[in-house]
Design a protein around this ligand. Sequence first.
Ligand code: BYC
Length: 474
Amino acid sequence: MESNYQDRIPNNVGLGSNRTLQRALEHWQPEFLNWWHGLGPSDFNASSVYLRTAISVDTKGWATFDYVRMPDYRWGIFLAQQEDDRRVGFGDHFGQPVWQQVPGEHRSTLRRLIVTQGDTEPASVEQQRLLGHTAPSLYDLRNLFQVNVEEGRHLWAMVYLLHAYFGRDGREEAEELLERHSGDADKPRILSTFNEPISDWLSFYMFTYFTDRDGKFQLKSLAESSFDPLSRTCKFMLTEEAHHMFVGDTGIGRVIRRTIEVMKELGTDDPIALRKAGVIDLPTMQKYLNFWFSSSLDLFGGDSSSNAASYFANGLKGRPDEIKYEDHVEAESSYTLELPDGKGGVREERIPMRNAVNEVVREAYVRDCEKGLARWNRHLEEAGYPHRMTLPSTRFRRTVGSWANVPTNPEGKPISVDEFIARQDEWLPTSDDRAYVHSVMKGVFERGKMAGWIAPPERGINTQPVNFEYVKFH
Ligand code: BYC
């Protein structure tokens, strides 16, 4: 299908020839813009931002870069090219042709999966809406807005599926995606992490590193779906997602590099001295990491899940890169879980592999997270410091799954509630830590300038220099 960038809603789904769908989406568009004005990035809607916009799904030239006012961003609907004769890749229907329409028996489950995915997109924009005011540079401000507009486009991607394939229920769900709000006491977002405030840039970088990476794994799992339009939508979303994780990865790396510089200048790693010098000490960074990593682990769902088993059996949601697994049916196989034994120890239990899919995906996620830590630790190693950033155990501070509400230390050893309470300030950000981090967050809007707590990036965006005017204020 040709890309049509001239339509009011740019798309490669032939919207122009489906008047009913086009009208429904054009009806939703002003509601989306209302939401953007009310709960999107605050106060920068008149600025011109150097943004990437998706214009097609051609791997060579899928996006353009130009100055755009965010409310004028072209939120388009793009699905990856349809594969000829694509077949169901896993589960009980393995090898059968994939579905171009929603099978009646899977309608409500697929809708629920799409709504859950869709709900996270505007949630993250809401969580980040005030960050622009404290951006450490124009480069970072632009990256924040790039992430925000693309999360908006990902919302459009899910809303398209709801409108095109789920009739009236789908349209109602699309409206509700704009009615739930992050942190709202009455109508919160569906998944836990998306109700946590992101009120400083260290949290933003942790979120884009750890939580957007959950996005990567969930999108890859949905890209395996037998419901072909969902698969194609998620494949294209992954193209944009890579930049979001890059923002987190390089952001954390730059904070660490700047702290190392000051550690060298002052000849100390004493957090009090480093805070006096206006940078973020490594123990504080580790606490933020512990917080966002453990929260993001919950987003994979329970370690033993009958939902996951039925998604897998029915071909609705698979494992990332399913092709790499030997057994695509997993009818007889099993998996050993490590569970709390209720007596302060750990016991093993074998469960059917299909029920363990969330855990299998979570493990792959943890391995992927480790790559960033290796990069950040290289900075410390090269500078001759023994300190290393570490991932806490997957049992630490969990609120979902078998380890939910089981107190452990960051190494995953079960401990008493009293010990957890006594030591949590060593492991998780305290109100003092947060107040300190907030105190260094002051907007730096002068071209080429950088806040004192973060090193400049190694290069700019789209071959532009670091001191490029990434945002023009009017
Ligand atoms: N918080 O069998 P269970 C992204 C619910 S991020 C609250 O253990 P299941 C992005 C669960 O929904 C990716 N509730 O787990 C990143 C279920 O409720 P129902 C988002 C939770 O169903 C950054 C019940 O507990 N995409 O794209 O196997 C910026 C029992 O569930 C949580 C998706 O998540 C939680 N943490 O798996 C922007 C993909 N965990 O249905 C964007 C779609 C579980 O019984 N979602 N529950 O009422 C899914 O595939 C699954 O819903 C989950 C849960 C993986 C989330």
